[in-house]
Ligand binder design. Structure first.
Ligand code: SDX
Length: 392
């Protein structure tokens, strides 16, 4: 009667599930993907290798890498008719709303070739989702700014292809910068998977009924959009902009401690980490690299650094173990790279698709999994007889 739910072997009934993909020690601030620390993967690997690792459990050999990247590359185009979906949206529609729609629409194009009981079709569905998300995301951006869609190119790597589809225009090709492509790739790695967060649990629960994997990922996108989850990176930048300058940080911290203000420091705190989010450390380092490479001096970075400095010394935050999370610095980097704030959570969704499909695959392939059926503690009215309207 504590409200905690029992654990169904092999599948999450509500409160927990078993997985071999990601381990988090919230007290120690540790994040491992198939046993590898996130900072080592961010420093030495690349997003396609991490995607393979999450899906298959081991870092790929050179041959496996080449085959996997070829498979992803040759699924990056979307059906030409999907372009028409975008015309149905207002130009100022939030790109996350567009992504929910067009990703779900993929189910209409691939429904008849996604027999999830067939291993090969499952694998192709995971490749299609990983490959097409950057294309759909870039199309959502291009549509919002009234520029022509840019097709994916097979001669570019995953992160480069995305940057090219985002920022290339017919009049002027996108000037590739190894630092920015590497930073984009690293940001994708840092957002790839994170155990049973809200959006991943959404994908697992949707998938547990045998639903089409494209529709399940659309459900994950919807959950990620929330400001308490993936929408926090957008909210962080808005918060830093509202604070405006270093000398106003003290006031913001004071307000965040005042419950009646209902104001929270976005990018701070975490359901699991009660220590520094290891991704935030790598993100801060990347922030310096990108701003240095671009020669950008963003006053919001000074505000963020001052906010972190004051909060980490303040007993309210220390007592509650509130530290910067993955979203605290990511927005500053993305803004410097030219992304509009409205695209920040979309980038999170592109990266997290790798974790979502890996976790979906793990669940579907577990013989013990069964449909999720959260139970509840009923706290409503006791049994009673019907009352005719004239007697109410
Ligand atoms: C992500 O689950 C995942 O793994 C998510 C994620 C992933 O990769 O998938 O890591 C990505 O979603 C990161 C989190 C992004 N969200 C934010 O940055 C939004 C701001 N953060 C908070 O809303 C909050 O910290 C949560 C929702 C993230 C976590 O909330 P908890 O752990 O449930 O903490 P809580 O809401 O119970 O708060 C505990 C206390 C409360 O005070 P008391 O009631 O004890 O007095 O801490 C306070 C809260 O008021 N608090 C904050 C705060 N976060 C918690 N106070 C000020 N600012 C904050 N950010």
């Amino acid at each position: 009667d504590t409200g905690y739910f029992t654990y169904d072997p092999g599948y999450m009934s509500t409160g927990s599930c078993e997985s071999k993909i990601t381990f988090i020690d919230g007290d120690e601030g540790v994040l491992l993907h198939r046993g590898y620390p996130i900072d080592e993967l961010a420093d030495h690997s690349d997003f396609m290798e991490v995607a393979y690792l999450l899906l298959h459990g081991e870092l790929p050999t050179e041959v496996q890498s080449r085959e996997f990247e070829h498979a992803i590359t040759y699924h990056t185009m979307v059906h030409e008719q999907l372009r028409r979906f975008y015309d149905g949206f207002r130009r100022d529609a939030h790109p996350m709303a567009v992504m929910c729609g067009v990703t779900g629409a993929l189910a209409a194009f691939y429904h008849d070739s996604t027999d999830i009981t067939d291993e090969r079709q499952r694998e192709i569905a995971t490749h299609r989702l990983i490959a097409k998300m950057p294309t759909l995301a870039a199309m959502a951006y291009k549509y919002s700014v009234g520029q022509p869609f840019v097709y994916p190119r097979n001669d570019l790597g995953y992160a480069e292809n995305f940057l090219n589809m985002m920022f290339s225009v017919p009049a002027e090709p996108y000037r590739m910068s190894p630092t920015l492509s590497k930073a984009m790739d690293k940001i994708f790695i840092l957002h790839a998977d994170h155990e049973q967060n809200a959006s991943t649990s959404t994908v697992r629960l949707a998938g547990s009924s045998g639903a089409n994997p494209f529709a399940c990922i659309a459900a994950g996108i919807a959950s990620l959009w929330g400001p308490a989850h993936g929408g926090a990176n957008e909210a962080v930048l808005k918060m830093l902009g509202e604070i405006g300058s270093k000398d106003k940080v003290g006031e913001a911290v004071k307000m965040a401690k005042d419950k009646s203000s209902h104001f929270r420091l976005m990018g701070f705190g975490h359901r699991v980490y009660k220590n520094y989010d290891p991704r935030a450390k790598v993100m801060q380092k990347t922030c310096y690299e990108v701003l240095g490479e671009l020669g950008v001096k963003d006053p919001l970075l000074d505000v963020a650094m001052e906010l972190e400095r004051i909060a980490l010394q303040d007993e309210y935050f220390v007592e509650r173990k509130l530290y910067p999370n993955v979203d605290f610095y990511s927005g500053i980097i993305l803004k410097a790279m030219g992304f509009p704030v409205s695209m920040f959570t979309v980038l999170f969704a592109v990266a997290r698709t790798v974790g979502w499909v890996a976790q979906w695959k793990e669940m579907i392939e577990d013989p013990a999994y069964k449909i999720g059926r959260p139970r509840q503690l009923y706290t409503g009215a006791p049994k009673r007889s019907f009352v005719p309207v004239e007697k109410r």
